[in-house]
Design a protein around this ligand. Structure first.
Ligand SMILES: NC(=O)c1ccc[n+]([C@@H]2O[C@H](COP(=O)([O-])OP(=O)(O)OC[C@H]3O[C@@H](n4cnc5c(N)ncnc54)[C@H](O)[C@@H]3O)[C@@H](O)[C@H]2O)c1
Length: 361
């Protein structure tokens, strides 16, 4: 079952970082493809991506997934919906904007599933590692080394190994409103698929990074970190001792694109599966180490303050165990952290003047 030959591909959140890169990447690879990018341009900087989409003959619809009417009046019926719209900031749910998060991330997703039902379309759902409760992750045992937190061998929970967090990690516990809206959408998608025969695949992504990410303090930290080095803004290490020892694995957007192409062209083999998708152990890096990398690439050294207060819902460590997705598909991670950060640096340098107001710390 391939969605590259029939109908249109609708990418919701299509002017966002992930959505726009997937839309353009798919169009470059398959020029005959009809792609519709729908976005309400809520994310500051997403408007910057609209001319890029148009340059690649991708149809842009200024629409909102919260409104069924915006979805139903599309110029062409979709055979595949790639759901990338979201309020993706964990912090947003704490800053008084929780209603928007629930309405977009949950009601908006349901509207997309309804659209899939209406058109007998398949869904690729962009979910998050944040479905795994922070309560459970912070129960693990970590060793503190000079530059990072490392998982201690004595950490014993299902789904945990030296490779990171696998899909059978405990799912019970508090996970932030962001994680909850995503997990609730996953559950509903499973039921929609069962009741209405909608093919779907869920990708629980760790941190994704690369060019065209409008990084801000609460989301898109890799782009933000490099931007601060280019524009010589100061930064802060927040929480867990304020030393920047928190660890994340990072995936290049181009690597995610390759997986989405695989899933789009092999839906029958990935159908009804839920995968953890991320950079993995080789791409795990602490903020301190990221600072060092940014210094080396940009040649600039900036002031970094220390803030001892922990952020609600934050985790000391998260690394994706990609074993399942790699075993099930021919996909693997190609870009290392150095390439990811170099690509971000090159992008910022190419568009320095236009990006300066967007990439503020
Ligand atoms: N970037 C990451 O590190 C990461 C990690 C895990 C999961 N994800 C998931 O990937 C998806 C894309 O994230 P991203 O990094 O591109 O974020 P983004 O903020 O860059 O893109 C999301 C887009 O959705 C749009 N949007 C928000 N509310 C909308 C609404 N009601 N109707 C229509 N459009 C709306 C925004 O304007 C934005 O352009 C999200 O579902 C996110 O949860 C991202």
């Amino acid at each position: 079952m391939s969605f590259l030959s029939s109908g249109a591909i609708l990418i919701t959140g299509g002017a966002g970082f992930v959505g726009s890169n997937l839309a353009i990447g798919l169009k470059k690879r398959f020029p005959g493809l009809s792609i519709i990018a729908l976005d309400n341009l809520k994310r500051r900087g997403s408007e910057f991506n609209v001319p890029r989409l148009l340059d690649f003959s991708i149809q842009f619809i200024h629409g909102d997934v919260r409104n069924q009417e915006d979805l139903i009046n599309l110029p062409k019926a979709p055979s595949l919906i790639i759901e990338c719209s979201a309020e993706p900031s964990v912090m947003a749910g704490y800053a008084g904007s929780h209603a928007y998060m629930i309405n977009s991330n949950l009601s908006g997703s349901i509207n997309c599933f309804e659209l899939a039902r209406h058109h007998h379309a398949a869904i690729i759902f962009l979910s998050t590692s944040r479905v795994y409760p922070h309560e459970q992750i912070n129960k693990l045992i970590f060793d503190e080394t000079a530059n990072r937190f490392e998982l201690d061998d004595q950490s014993r929970l299902p789904g945990i190994s030296h490779r990171g967090v696998a899909e059978n990690f405990p799912i019970h516990g508090r996970r932030t409103l962001y994680g909850a809206t995503k997990y609730a959408s996953e559950l509903l998608l499973t039921e929609y698929s069962d009741m209405f025969n909608i093919p779907y695949v869920i990708n629980r992504c760790g941190v994704i990074a690369g060019p065209w990410q409008m990084g801000k303090i609460d989301q898109g930290v890799f782009a933000l970190w490099m931007a601060a080095h280019v524009f010589k803004h100061s930064l802060r290490y927040v929480g867990y001792g304020g030393m920047g020892k928190q660890v994340r694995d990072v995936l290049h957007i181009d690597d995610l694109l390759e997986l989405i192409i695989y899933q789009t062209t092999n839906m029958a083999s990935v159908q009804s599966k839920t995968y953890n998708v991320g950079g993995g152990t080789a791409n795990a890096i602490s903020l301190r180490e990221l600072t060092q990398l940014c210094r080396e690439i940009s040649g600039n050294e900036i002031h970094i303050e220390s803030d001892l207060s922990n952020r609600p819902g934050d985790v000391k460590w998260y690394i994706t165990d990609n074993s399942y997705v790699m075993k099930d598909t021919s996909w693997n991670v190609k870009a290392n952290t150095e390439r990811i950060m170099t690509n971000i640096w090159e992008w910022i340098r190419r568009h320095e003047t236009e990006l300066k107001p967007y990439l503020r710390c």
